[in-house]
Write a protein that binds this ligand. Sequence first.
Ligand code: NAD
Length: 392
Amino acid sequence: MFIGEKKIARPFRWGIVGGGRTSGVGYKHRLGAMRDNTSFVLKAAAFDLDFARCVDFGKNLNMDEERLYPDYKTMFAEEAKREDGIEAVDIATPNFQHFEVCKAALEAGLHVICEKPLFFKVEEGEEIKKLAEEKGKIVCVTYGFSGFDLLSQMRSMVLNGDIGEVTMVDLRYAHGFACDPTGDKQAEGQKWRVDPAKSGPSFVLGDLSTHTFYMSELICPQLKLKQLLCDRQSFIKSRAPLEDNAYVLMRYENGAVGRMWASAVNAGDMSSQHIRIVGTKASLEWNDMHPDELYYEVQGQPRQTLVRAMDYLNPEALEYERLGALHYTGLIESWSNLYTRFAIAMDAKNRGDEETLKNLVYPDLEHGIDGIRWVTKCVESADKGGVWVDFK
Ligand SMILES: NC(=O)c1ccc[n+]([C@@H]2O[C@H](COP(=O)([O-])OP(=O)(O)OC[C@H]3O[C@@H](n4cnc5c(N)ncnc54)[C@H](O)[C@@H]3O)[C@@H](O)[C@H]2O)c1
């Protein structure tokens, strides 16, 4: 059981770009990063495009006013002059700014935690990879659902062969929150999502399915995606060419197959992600509305429900377990687990501890690049009329 004690010598001094008062995701970052006070402490911020709102918000959070900045460039320059300047930065801006801020952060000698979808082009990912290697820095990606304990259980059961050989991967991130198009013109957090210049080449493929695709990589690391076929629709016509619904078929190198449904117009559905992994002997099924329960279905036997924190789980599912059985967890524990691992990765990188880095399971730059490739290939397939395309 993990009760928030330190896993690294001291917390990283940490800053954030975006994620201000009106942002959809900022509070999740702060809760995840500072849950334990042993991984990160928030010291500086360029929270907002609106500087007055940034200052007001930062003061409200009891931050030092002189470390609230009008933009990321000023923050990186000013923080670099301080002995107690930030060592890591979080990028929680709309998608189109991720690349430029990430590049500037690495050039300023900072470790980076960046939102998904990481960038627009695989080439940008490769450029950042080269720069991160040169600078000896870590780039992590906030696939924020991927820190749930029972996903670690799924991974270990798949790797231990408990379900046999994986044959089918069934993925879904399909909600109904964008059924009403009025938000496309009015809501700050929705306007940019349906603007290709700011969102990138996709809407739901990048915004939603990159999460679930990463989670399939996490659970089934042995599967390598070979080909995919995507069909995408803009049910709200004004969103074209960006899709608000997409179906993807997948073929893996070992003969396994898969499918993904990504949607923001699945009217009435408040749940989000469903993952079913089918093997030759048994299946595993999980969804994020009930993250403390994992269904284990062995062919010919009654369904078993595995519950978080119970002793019968594998050690991987208990390593970051925080609350004990009987007390249920949620998205914040998932984010906190991720942020703890981000801090461990950064600390290991600083110490040159390659062994720790090799064994640590977290969404890293390679996974972020895979997410970009996923979106790129889905869009390519759909725009060619729904044809099979090679993944790599
Ligand atoms: N990991 C997750 O679960 C998750 C959830 C929601 C959003 N996201 C991602 O987070 C990012 C932000 O999404 P959101 O929903 O919070 O968007 P949002 O529009 O609600 O908020 C964006 C915030 O960034 C600020 N901002 C924009 N440009 C800036 C700049 N150059 N410098 C400083 N601040 C700037 C805005 O003022 C605003 O406060 C997107 O990349 C999105 O895909 C991830």
